[in-house]
Design a protein around this ligand. Sequence first.
Ligand SMILES: NC(=O)c1ccc[n+]([C@@H]2O[C@H](COP(=O)([O-])OP(=O)(O)OC[C@H]3O[C@@H](n4cnc5c(N)ncnc54)[C@H](O)[C@@H]3O)[C@@H](O)[C@H]2O)c1
Length: 473
Amino acid sequence: MNHSKNTPSNGRNSHPNARRDFLKSTAVAGAAASAPYFFSNPKTFAEDAKTKNDRMTIGVIGAGGMASGNINTAKEWLDVVAIADVDQGHRNSFNQRFAAGKADVYEDYRELIERDDIDVIHIATPDHWHTKPLVEAMLAGKDVYCEKPLTLTIDEGKLIRKVQKETGRVVQVGTQQRSTFPLFVKAMAIVAEGRLGKITQVQAAIGGAPSSPVLPVAEVPGNLNWDRWLGPAPKVDYRFLDDGKGKRPLTNGHYEFRWWYEYSGGKLTDWGAHHVDICNWALKLNGQTEGPVSIGGTAKHPVDFKDGFPIQNDRYNTATGFHFNVQYPGGTEMIIRNDTDNGVLITGTEGKIFVNRGKLVGQPVDDLKDNPLPEDAIAKVYRGMPMEHNERKQHWANFLHCVRERKDPISDVHTHMEMLNVCHLAGISARLGRDLKWDNATEQIIGDDEANGFLARPYRQGYQIEMRKGAKS
Ligand SMILES: NC(=O)c1ccc[n+]([C@@H]2O[C@H](COP(=O)([O-])OP(=O)(O)OC[C@H]3O[C@@H](n4cnc5c(N)ncnc54)[C@H](O)[C@@H]3O)[C@@H](O)[C@H]2O)c1
């Protein structure tokens, strides 16, 4: 298969892949584009794809919990031909489950991204391991579905946006709430149709991180390459405690990496990536196109911090509680907090709505009975792309649709990084314990050198991002 490498830059180049050309020739995209969200007649992407005898191949990097859920969803369109994971147990069981043991397995993902017979790549590694494989995969000419949050720092986001623009690769971010019909997308349609008037405040309630007892240093399990799991992060001991109290053992490794700033931003980026994203989407649909000017608030950590770094390294360290206020030009504000019902509250001059994964409520929703949304309102918010009902399925369908059409998916890297900047700024403010002023045009914190030091992170020797010849970081 002849993959184009480093295609020049506008994100809309045609691709020489035969399967993609075949898929591109199908009529479903156009047919569903103008359909209302509760359509029953025009085919969905899924219905159409089932009738095809051509499928795409996928390589999976990071075969843990999220990749399993994702591939279980997307397997009806994709064949898993290669799996990379630093845990031998994970890569082998994933292979048995999703490829009947026939996929090639790797410890080092770089072997996987070099293969010419892989159409698309899924990255579902821990957060500190997103930017490096994503950038390298784009430079190797691959389209990628990468889990959220894309980065640990604001500067990583700059690099991803630049490389995506230069390579024209299609990248879907795993913020699948953007594909949730009718809840989140309907909420966005209500906003876009002006039913709330001018938005004055958006609020993301995302819960706080757990704390933990001291986690003892433990022997690294024989199946896990701990050095490669740490990768670009500082070299530290493996910690593990199975106190039998929670759903999972406590560790600084699998799954629980979320509660360590070394590998994640805690809840601020874990769930912030979902709900701050919806807040930002609402603001943009309502005409607020400029980024924030300042962020301030309070945060509580389970350990003490000095100069923005935890002084104990033996237990979870991300914020257990917080309340941030983000100011936008013109006086609009965004609240990010842990202490009220998980979801997004959008307040405008004409009314307010609340939306989460289970409900969409508020007077403007009730008013739809007498004054329904225009038939194309949902399709417009979804940029006229094909739709179906299951959020995870739809998010993958949207990715594959955009791969064949060479379009930006609904969760594109550019809007993702706009809102992730806000989550990262909240994290920096939390760690330093002070308010920050932000210059959105230069993506710099104003008048605070120490805070600007958190815009990037050092990569451990041997784990730097590998830019190809001709590519500039
Ligand atoms: N979209 C969502 O709703 C959602 C939900 C859960 C998790 N996630 C995201 O998915 C990602 C993974 O989370 P998870 O809960 O599946 O974690 P996990 O620990 O279960 O899985 C991560 C896997 O990546 C592997 N890995 C680590 N470093 C690697 C490397 N260098 N190369 C290859 N494999 C490597 C680990 O061994 C593990 O198997 C996170 O970024 C998380 O934020 C998204």
